[in-house]
Design a binder for this molecule. Sequence first.
Ligand SMILES: Cc1ncc(COP(=O)(O)O)c(C=O)c1O
Length: 424
Amino acid sequence: MTDVITSAAEAAAADAADPLAEHRAKFALRAGLVYLDGNSLGAMPVDAPALIDDAARRQWGQDLIESWNANGWWDAPVRIGDRIGRLIGAKAGQVICGDSTSIQLFQALSGALRLNPDRRVLLTDGGNFPTDQYIADSVGRLLGVEVRRISPADAVTALGSGSRSGIGEIAAVSFSAVDYRTGELWDVEAITAAAHAHGAAVVWDLAHAAGALPVHLDDLDAGAGADFAVGCSYKYLNGGPGAPAWLYINARHQATADLPLTGWQGHAEPFALHQHYAPAEGIARGRIGTPPLLSMLALDAALDIFDAADLEQVRAKSLALTDLVLRYAADHLADLGVVAATPAEHHRRGSQVALRLPRAYEAAQALIEAGVVGDFRAPDILRLGFAPLYLTHAQVWGAMETLETILRTGAHLDPRFAIRAAVT
Ligand SMILES: Cc1ncc(COP(=O)(O)O)c(C=O)c1O
């Protein structure tokens, strides 16, 4: 393991040697801002406005309906899906781009459960992001399946004991690879293998993993691959507010996957306008209705940056930045009541650090006023996300010094920082 950064000088030295430094200029970030919220909304690629402008003025404004053919609108969900697929270890033809993560979760969970119609249990994480839980409950009600909650930490044992005792009742397993609150990275490989050994399909939510760390969906479980996966593109993928989500369907399921949202664009012959649905071949059956093209086309700007970046280097820098934060918190903030909720081990950490502290909401607001943007997650977490393509080590060191100053001086206790905004 490389040495953990413990001073401003070491942070500056790490920046001087940073192989990803060239990418920072490809993002539009206002001077003086330290943006630690790329795990909620990633920074804007400098090239994005030109792509949006072209999509609006030329493609929509001038070419109008011809754009479906002439400007590649019809193929965009598959083309951009393949570009995202490269970042999550999916060979071409397995990722479709469109709609929101919530909708894609509905598709994936229903599709996964329908692979195992004789089993009546969906296993999910009681600590998962709310939309994952709400959609799981709704799908459970629709399909008459019991939704059982378990920590991903206990999943391998639970799935193993189930198969040994011959229960084999779990139809599908659905977890996020990285816990949105604590930043814990679960054992995606072991859980996938255990689910398959149990005969269950697995659905991964990669919202906090795609673009932040290497994921190898096709390689999981000795090459069998995950069954389904979903994710958004507005966090670490930097696709912009409301950027469309995506759905991965492993090639081996594509001929049989019975997806619930049978929109016309997923039909085998969408322009034959048949009365009854017949799914398209391949990943095209994951299409639903008309996709949000203006935002989808903006994604190309961010994906161009990823094409030129090495995800292993992204991961190495992410770990260096989160190591720095965890060490700083332990060395300088413990006496202020700050406790890390994020695991220290690299293999258990995503690209964020969650710090538990008294008056965390107020601390997050005071930090924002000081130019350091992170966010608050109830009840007591200051959540700091690290997007290695546009952050420097020096910025992160400075952010921790700013946090220490705020907490030591009690600057965050000013009543104006306690006023809750609609979005925290
Ligand atoms: C794990 C996870 N899934 C899904 C979502 C959001 O879903 P949607 O894109 O439908 O808003 C989030 C948002 O932060 C998330 O953290």
